[in-house]
Design a protein around this ligand. Structure first.
Ligand code: ZN
Length: 380
């Protein structure tokens, strides 16, 4: 995010950040309307602050949009499961229900079976994700409140919900994770094929699974797994929301975990497999002579946002994560641990990104580039 200017209000809030047991109430402009929220100021920079509210949302507020702020004694606590459930039901359109799993609140107006299918998919991903990092010496933490997924019955209703954050592009995106709300949103991918039965029997769920296990659905399921992986990374302590997260790390990791495994009811075997959707593109790019692919990935986040370079950037981000996790697992995990200590709003100069990567992984980027290209070109 780019906060533009400073104001005296921000300076007042500097002392806010240091205080422990307090409740901050800020009035600010958001989407052209004035709003007041209470929570905890978790970061402040020259150009604004971030307010975390008990529902798990984070509000990046530009200094220019801050109208007033006050701090009172209080104890910031995230909403517990019951209170969060009530808030979600009050906020979502009529007709929504909530399916509760060990780590998730699945909010749905789909069939019950579809919500159960999502809950089971996400719990298996959760287990796979935590175990994967544990085996590599990265201890994650339990999320501070249940993770929220909002599942719509159809694409139109989902796009209407996503419009505030994504604009009209919501309609062309299958699902997304919002750093602002901390929720993932998606819709029923079975479409017209869906078993519209309201039951949640094993037979109903198995029917959904068999529809989505078809090869033509692989990409759709991969996308919702990808978005759920972002949510896990930001809630289990691997990454910090609204901090300087190099995009190649965030996106490459999400792709690394996205290979769906719908064949098993317990484990998740897809983690760390060669990503068949991205490999051909990655191979083409590493075999094209010239350029410093790695150095470019480390410093240039914009290539992920521009339509003409995004597909290449995603493929390379996957390839570099894959390569580092296979070839330099310890060094890369230490680099990730270092990134996980970042503070929101800290925006280091791009050269710093190169230097810290060199410190944790290898100082010789030229040799690394040559080995990376050879490794990816040789993947089958
Ligand atoms: Zn992503």
């Amino acid at each position: 995010m780019n906060f533009a200017r400073t104001s005296s209000l921000v300076l007042v809030l500097v002392c806010f950040v240091a205080a422990a047991a307090a409740e901050d109430t800020l009035t600010f402009r958001y989407n052209d309307a004035e709003t007041t929220k209470s929570g905890k100021v978790i970061a402040q920079g020259d150009s604004g602050v971030i307010l975390e509210t008990p529902d798990g949302m984070m509000w990046p507020i530009l200094a220019d949009d801050l109208i007033s702020g006050k701090r009172e004694p209080g104890d910031f606590q995230p909403l517990d499961k019951k209170a969060l459930t009530e808030k979600l039901l009050a906020e979502l359109p009529p007709g929504f229900e909530i399916h509760e799993t060990a780590h998730y609140l699945i909010c749905y107006n789909t069939s019950k079976a579809y919500a159960y299918w999502c809950g089971s998919l996400y719990e298996r991903l959760y287990r796979g994700f935590v175990n994967y990092w544990k085996q590599r010496g990265v201890e994650l933490v339990e999320p501070s409140q249940p993770l929220v997924a909002v599942v719509f019955d159809n694409k139109q209703n989902y796009a209407a919900y996503g419009k505030e954050e994504l604009g009209d592009s919501a309609g062309s995106i299958i699902g997304y994770y919002s750093m602002h709300t901390n929720r993932v949103a998606m819709y029923d991918l079975t479409g017209a094929d869906a078993a519209r039965a309201q039951g949640s029997s094993q037979r109903d769920i198995a029917r959904i699974n068999s529809i989505l296990a078809r090869p033509e659905a692989t990409y759709l399921v991969a996308t919702i797994v990808h978005e759920a992986t972002h949510q896990l990374a930001y809630n289990c302590g691997l990454q910090v929301r609204l901090a300087d997260n190099p995009v190649w790390v965030s996106e490459g990791l999400a792709i690394y975990f996205e290979t769906p495994d719908l064949s098993s009811s317990r484990g998740w075997r897809g983690i760390g497999e060669v990503n068949r959707l991205r490999l051909p593109q990655a191979k083409r790019l590493v075999q094209r002579p010239g350029g410093q692919l790695i150095a470019q990935l480390l410093i240039d986040d914009d290539q992920f946002r521009k339509a003409e370079t995004a597909l290449d950037a995603y493929a390379l981000a996957w390839a570099l994560n894959y390569y580092l996790l296979k070839r330099y697992p310890d060094a890369y995990c230490n680099y990730l641990k270092h990134l996980s200590e970042r503070k929101p709003l800290h925006d280091p100069p791009r050269e710093e990104r190169l230097a810290e990567f060199q410190k944790y992984v290898t100082s010789d980027l030229t040799a690394l580039e040559a080995d990376f290209r050879k490794f990816i070109a040789g993947l089958r």
